[in-house]
Design a protein. Structure first.
Lengths: 135, 313, 126
């Protein structure tokens, strides 16, 4: 794997959210995703990046193209060392929100993606790994 | 269309055609020498071997959809590519040629077994010529075959995989076309679109219908959309949610959606499973839906008999 | 970059020119709130044609703009949401609630004319 296949975007402020989703869109475009998927992917990146800014102040978004047989997919990892999410099951319920959002952040983002995993620990922080496969 | 094709075909880094004996060509010097000798032999006897192969293709009744001249022309190209692969060890040019050839012959009804058949015939024709050339030296023949066979297998594999891949791509493209045809977005009047949905809705189709409708709204500058689901056999919670999403998305683009053709059974099901359709404008049948749409667009509805009166008033 | 706000008759038109950060969105909200009061505006149009993403923050801010404008006597119409953006928004679960939308600026202006005329008639009847 060449280094270009993976991009790290540090997330420290709200303007980094824009950078992260634009990088994600570019990478997805190169991987051959269609228009609707490009928008869906950028929206999902925007949500998880905002989650970092609102809850953890700093973290990073890692973008990577993955191949599974003839399928290509974009893997998005959002990592922070913030306080963690005490009750993930609760956070993943529609309508739940601790931040200033509409309470759709994580469950809504999950709906946008094909795969979605979240791990959180008060000591280590929160990591979201999500994937979108190209049709 | 060409652009789309290129995109699909674009080789993904790190992805290779699966090949039998992939590393067989990168072996020790003697094999390389033997292959060089082999290539020289195939070049020398090109005319005769190529003719022999074309003859066997005709005999085996392969490629009957093509004329004799066409078969000979393609056979020549495949033969030269074949020799080039043996010489360079790289299948890329052959791969590109095989994809191109497949694209030309698939629409004419050439089948996978024929493509496999002709490649195996060539392998056979060449092997026989090697037997003949080296029959005096059994040990040498063995070594030549050891060098030839993995390469030949790899070539057969490349051609077959390219063909199957091209077939799959065409099938996907056709599926896409059929799906698009199955849900036409019709403009019946300025600013008014009708979307008759017929048949089962699965998530993939629901997504496609929505995307098509949203693009239709922009292209036709539609203000009202009538979605008729008379032809949808069953509506469960998933389908209903897709419908709600379609309505919401159209609304975001400034269009009002009217849903028609909700049968009483479907309506009851939706109430039972608790789908919230209050946000949705529904009208019993398509005709009523169109009338409502025209009202929203500011058209006056009147029967032809009333027209004189309407003008007077 | 600050979003330019154009005053056209009794309306304000904010036409977004590029992707906006959260801060720039909030700035737009504040600028519009100030100008609605200053010019006694009857209608606000926010043109989002160039936005290729509308996430929960953007939607929340647009809703806030509409609510603030309404409290100060102006209708808000969001115009130019692109098909892909609309699709992603509903998948995420976002809608604009009571906020009106139109296909583009032209449609938005027509809709505002329509709305303010209705209001005017109602006022006259009283």
């Amino acid at each position: 794997m060449t280094p270009k296949d993976e991009i790290h975007v540090p997330i420290n402020s709200d303007s980094d959210i824009v950078t992260a989703r634009q990088q994600g869109r570019t990478m997805a475009l190169e991987a051959g995703f269609g228009d609707t998927d490009l928008t869906v992917i950028s929206t999902a990146i925007s949500e998880v990046a905002r989650n970092i800014v609102e809850h953890a102040l700093s973290g990073e978004i890692i973008l990577r193209i993955e191949h599974n047989g003839s399928k290509a997919g974009l893997v998005i990892t959002a990592r922070d060392d913030g306080p963690g999410i005490p009750d993930i099951a609760l956070a993943m319920q529609d309508g739940y929100s601790t931040g200033k959002g509409l309470g759709l952040g994580l469950p809504g983002t999950k709906r946008l993606m094909d795969e979605f995993d979240i791990v959180s620990d008060p000591e280590i922080g929160t990591t979201v790994i999500m994937k979108k496969w190209r049709n | 269309m060409n652009g789309k094709k290129k995109e699909v075909r674009r080789r993904i880094p790190g992805e290779e055609f699966p090949a039998a004996g992939q590393n067989a060509l990168a072996v020790e010097e003697p094999t390389a020498e033997l292959l060089t000798e082999l290539v020289a032999h195939l070049r020398e006897n090109r005319t005769q071997l190529r003719e022999e192969w074309a003859r066997r293709i005709t005999e085996s009744q392969f490629l009957t959809a093509m004329t004799k001249e066409e078969v000979f022309k393609e056979a020549t190209a495949v033969y030269d590519n074949y020799v080039a692969v043996l010489e360079t060890g790289s299948v890329e040019a052959l791969q590109a040629y095989a994809l191109d050839l497949s694209e030309r012959i698939i629409p004419r009804g050439v089948e996978t077994r024929e493509v496999l058949g002709i490649v195996l015939l060539l392998r056979d024709v060449l092997a026989r010529s090697l037997f003949k050339k080296y029959q005096g030296d059994f040990a040498l023949l063995n070594r030549v075959l050891d060098a030839y066979e993995p390469a030949a297998n790899r070539i057969a594999n490349t051609v077959a995989v390219s063909f199957v891949r091209e077939r799959e791509r065409i099938i996907r493209q056709q599926q896409e076309a059929i799906r698009e045809l199955s849900t036409p977005v019709l403009q019946v009047r300025e600013r008014l679109l009708i979307l008759p949905i017929i048949g089962v809705i699965d998530p993939q189709r629901a997504r496609q219908v929505t995307e098509q409708l949203l693009r239709g709204i922009r292209a036709n500058r539609a203000r009202v959309v009538v979605i008729d689901i008379t032809g949808v056999p069953a509506v469960d919670a998933t389908v209903a949610n897709h419908l709600v999403q379609t309505v919401d998305a159209s609304r975001l683009m400034g269009a009002t959606v009217i849903v028609t053709g909700l049968s009483s059974e479907i309506a009851q099901t939706l109430v039972t499973i608790g789908v919230d359709l209050t946000k949705m404008k529904t009208v019993g049948d398509l005709q009523g839906g169109i009338e409502e749409a025209e009202r929203l667009l500011g058209y006056k509805i009147c029967s032809s008999a009333d027209q004189g009166f309407a003008k007077m008033a | 970059m600050r979003v330019p706000i154009l005053k056209q008759g009794k309306y304000l038109i904010a036409s977004i020119q590029s992707a906006l950060s959260d801060y720039e969105l909030l700035q737009l909200r504040d600028d519009l709130a100030a100008q609605v009061g200053k010019y006694r505006t009857r209608g606000v149009i926010v043109d989002v044609t160039v936005l290729d993403v509308m996430d929960s923050f953007a939607v929340r801010t647009l809703r806030a703009i509409a609510q603030i404008a309404r409290m100060r006597g102006a209708e808000t119409i969001i115009v130019g949401i692109q098909p892909e953006v609309a699709f992603a928004m509903v998948q995420l679960g976002l809608t604009l609630g009571q906020v009106e939308t139109a296909l583009d600026l032209e449609e938005g202006l027509a809709l505002l004319d329509d709305r303010t005329r209705q209001d005017g008639n109602r006022d006259a009847e009283r």
